[in-house]
Every structure is written in structure tokens, then in C-alpha cells.
Design a protein around this ligand. Sequence first.
Ligand SMILES: CC(C)(COP(=O)(O)OP(=O)(O)OC[C@H]1O[C@@H](n2cnc3c(N)ncnc32)[C@H](O)[C@@H]1OP(=O)(O)O)[C@@H](O)C(=O)NCCC(=O)NCCS
Length: 314
Amino acid sequence: MPVKLEMDAGLYERLCPGIRIRPLDGTRDWVRCADLQKEIWGYPDSAEVVPGSFLAITPHIGGLLLGAYAGRNRLVGFAWAVPAFHEGRRTYHSHMLGILPAFRRRNIGWALKMVQRDLALARGIHEIHWTFDPLQSGNARFNLCRLGASVRAYVRDFYGRSDSPLHSAIPTDRFIATWSLTAARVVRYRAQMLAEAPPTGRLPDRWDPVLAAESRRRADRPQRIHLGNEYLFEVPENLEMLKKENLRAARRWQTLLRLACIDFFAKGYRIDRFVEALINGKTRYYYLFRAPTGKEGKVAWLSKCKFRAEPGTS
Ligand SMILES: CC(C)(COP(=O)(O)OP(=O)(O)OC[C@H]1O[C@@H](n2cnc3c(N)ncnc32)[C@H](O)[C@@H]1OP(=O)(O)O)[C@@H](O)C(=O)NCCC(=O)NCCS
């Protein structure tokens, strides 16, 4: 029997006026959702699109397929999550979240994720995972600064070759985001958004002198900076532009971030902040890795490979 989703999206719809959030319902919606995937990810053919016939299983398996509707019932975005297991816990894996380009930056993605969170919690699920491209600064900002997700895992070439223009030309390396639904930061960010005082991604002041010294380095290379128990790794402001202008640089950037992540995650570091700094009139973006603390951290430190105090910029 399909499970009906009991939800109240009004709280979040307030922040994206003119939009209604409700579960996708019936063949027409599922087919439209398949078309939407083509529009959002720009797939040239259907091979990578999840078909309506597969989306249809969602209510039967306890999944969450939510749509954002504008005007007279026009589907403009959606979020799809399926039940999963993670380290023995019941979780959701959120496989897709997409908003039509003309409707982006109006809090619709955020509202869909908030409803997804409420529904997961109502079912006793406290954690949702998904993947995202570590080099897409917009997605990083959305996931870390707005939702409060964190990252502890990096997977090389997760999806293999993709024909989406958003994924093309470099391997599909991915972060695995962990969204701990009742974590203090997640609860705080949600409250800040609802109070219309969104959390900022400002870098703590202690980094200012280090960044000032670093600013002399070449602008086309990612900055990698170490301060005490924290580590910054720069992300390109606009990956699509970088891929168009200098594909070699984009590939190099990916390789350097991959190496840093494999090294740091193995030592128990995690990323829960995505920060920005104004350097010589240009805004630059960084992941902030934090050293492990407590028991878990000590085990990671003892059992994993050697620590290089300051991996230099190559
Ligand atoms: C990622 C995506 C789902 C975000 O949806 P959205 O409705 O535009 O996001 P919201 O309006 O809720 O964004 C909330 C905040 O996230 C951040 N953000 C979202 N997209 C961003 C972008 N492209 N660049 C920088 N920041 C971005 C911003 O801080 C934004 O708040 P602001 O506009 O007040 O600065 C949408 O851009 C999309 O569909 N992208 C293509 C598909 C995709 O990459 N999906 C994977 C998602 S992990």
C-alpha cells in the first residue's frame, strides 16, 4: 500500500512566495519529473534520467518524492529520497534535488529539503545522505551554509562517465554529505532562515593574516592553507567557467582536492563549513577541514597514515 505523506509546508513556502510544495502524485507528475531532469541536468538523451515508472515505486517503499509547484500546478523543482541503511542505521539517501534555472535562488531548494527533513523525522529517521560535486561552490554553499550538512567521505568517479553538461569533462568525483537532522547547527540554521537572518559563510578573523600572506600566490592555483587544527582548501568560484576557459586547470584542481580529501578524511578530519574571504578585491571560497576531536579522532590519528604538517601548493 502506498504511504500517504502528511506534511505542512506552509512554514517554508512563506520564504518562497508563489510556490507550493506537495508530494508528486500520479503518472502525469512522474512523467513531468523525468522531463524536468532533462531540463535541469541538460542530459542529451534519456539514458541517465530516472524514468517515471521507477519514480512510481517511491510511495510503496517509504521514499520521499516532493515537488515544488508554481502558478497553476507547474512543476519547477523536486527532491527525491529513498530509504537506505548507513552503518546499521535507517537513513534516507537523497538521490536528486533540482530546480529549473529560472526559479533558482528563491529558497525553493531549501524549502524542499526542509520538508524532506520534517518527513524523515516524523518517520524516526535522523540522518540523510547525498552526493555532490566538491568543486561546485554553489552546491557547497547550499549544502553546508544553508542546510548545515557535513562531509567526511570522498568517492572518486562516483557515477562514472556522465553526459550532463554539469558533470562533463572531468571525472564524477563526489563528496558524500551527511545531514544529521537534529544536530545543533542544522536546527540553528533552520531557525535563522525562518527568522530571515540567514547564516553567513564568513571566515573567522583568525585567518585574516594568513590569507593576506597567501594572497601573493598565483590566482589560478587553489590555495591550501594550514592553521593549527584547521585547514582551508580553495574551491573555484565557477567550475563551469573554469572548465570552458582552462580544462587542464579544472582537472588539476580536482586532483589536488581529491588528494587532500583522501589524506585528511583518512585522519578523521571533517568539513562542516564552507567559507569565503575577500582577498585583494576578489571573493575566494574554501572548505574548512577540522581536525578530529575526542576518542574517535584519536583512533583515526593513531591508525591512519603519516601527517604532513603543511601540504604545499604545487
Ligand atoms: C543546487 C540547487 C538545487 C539549489 O536550489 P535553489 O532553489 O536555487 O537554492 P536556494 O534558493 O534554496 O538556495 C539557498 C542558498 O543556497 C546557496 N546557493 C544555492 N545555489 C547557489 C549558487 N548557484 N551559487 C551560490 N550559492 C548558492 C545560497 O546561499 C542561497 O541563498 P542566497 O540565494 O540567499 O544566497 C539548484 O541550483 C539546482 O537545481 N542545481 C542544479 C542541480 C544540482 O546541482 N543539484 C544538486 C544539489 S546538491
